[in-house]
Design a protein around this ligand. Structure first.
Ligand code: GTP
Ligand code: MG
Length: 319
């Protein structure tokens, strides 16, 4: 997806001096992984919400400057759920760890260390590549980093300063605190090599999935309780329409008829609101006027249904 990223503003890049590599951003849900990747890239490529488990698949965000190229992999938050979609999400997250050049373990010190966090460190403690422990959300006041440092020390059996390949940095993905420093640390940890993507590419997410995610983000920001967890969006078609417009037909799938009623709202008002918010962003993405046709269907147990998940684009799904 070529875009108006800050990548384009960069000076000419001297090929023989560049560093290039993959950096996986992992952590439990809601710690700010997608926010951080968006900020580092300088454009919104991954959706963000207050609801845990917003990201459902790997999204690559590509940053290029005269130093080289960083391919960030935004991953779904590692969590303890166990249905098919949960397993897919967790595998999308841990599946990157052996193939990348650097890992950012992002934590949210405004929340307590929990089982999920122990699970993340368990996955990370034996990997061989450099790990950056990102103590995120430092824009919030009076954070205590100690429990997260102690967790690493306990799991690794040594002082944090003795853990090989581990660097620590306090940052804020939202306000940008220390992100230049983080970028320096990342570039230093990457191998020398040529750029892997053209300079003007910032994201590898297929367009239909990016479109579906825009709609899903609006739903996540309006819906409460278990509804976000139970819903998915599928782009059925994109067709040209009179007046240089694109007709986008999207299905919102929920798990129960009661949820369908909530998503539609009284006299369709919720659906209308979501449509208006999503259409604006779709028009930016597609660089065209959009007529958005949203409809809602209840399908029980879709999160566990292999063929539905495959239709929704959760490919490479091996159970
Ligand atoms: N105060 C503060 N809030 C942040 C920061 N980074 C992210 N947030 C908020 O944290 C919430 C979760 O952010 P996301 O970027 O969606 O988190 P995530 O780790 O990608 O979440 P999942 O995709 O669900 O795993 C959102 O409400 C963000 O606005 C930060 O640096 N400071
Ligand atoms: Mg995310």
């Amino acid at each position: 997806m070529p875009d108006k990223s800050r990548n384009k503003e960069n000076k000419e890049i001297k090929k023989e001096q560049t560093r290039c590599g993959f950096v996986s951003v992992v952590g439990r849900p809601n710690v700010g992984k997608s926010t951080l990747v968006n900020k580092m890239i300088g454009e919104k490529i991954s959706i963000v919400s207050r609801v845990p488990q917003t990201t459902r698949r790997q999204i690559r965000g590509i940053y290029t400057d005269e130093r080289g190229q960083i391919i960030f992999i935004d991953t779904p938050g590692l969590h303890l759920g166990s249905d098919r979609l949960d397993r897919f999400m967790n595998r999308s997250s841990t599946g990157t760890l052996d193939e990348v050049d650097c890992v950012i373990h992002l934590v949210d010190p405004s929340r307590r260390v929990g089982e999920e966090e122990k699970n993340v460190v368990q996955h990370l403690k034996s990997i061989k590549v450099p790990i950056i422990l990102g103590l995120n959300k430092v824009d919030l006041k009076s954070l205590d980093f100690t429990p997260y440092i102690s967790l690493w020390e306990k799991m690794a059996g040594k002082a944090i300063t003795d853990i090989k390949h581990l660097t620590m940095i306090a940052i804020s993905g939202k306000s940008g605190i220390n992100l230049d420093k983080l970028m320096d640390i990342i570039f230093h940890s990457l191998p020398r090599g040529p750029l892997l993507y053209p300079q003007d590419i910032i994201c590898d997410l297929p367009r239909r999935l990016a479109m579906a995610d825009i709609i899903r983000e609006k739903l996540f920001n309006l819906m409460r309780q278990e509804i976000p967890h139970s819903l998915e969006v599928y782009i059925e078609h994109v067709q040209p329409r009179k007046g240089n417009m694109l007709n986008v037909k999207a299905l919102i799938m929920v798990a129960r008829p009661g949820q369908k009623e909530i998503v539609i709202g009284k006299k369709g008002e919720i659906l209308k609101l979501i449509g208006t918010k999503a259409r604006k962003e779709l028009e930016i993405l597609l660089e065209s006027k959009v007529f958005l046709d949203l409809h809602v269907k209840a399908k029980k147990g879709w999160r566990d249904n292999l063929s539905v998940l495959q239709d929704l684009g959760y490919e490479f799904f091996i159970d």
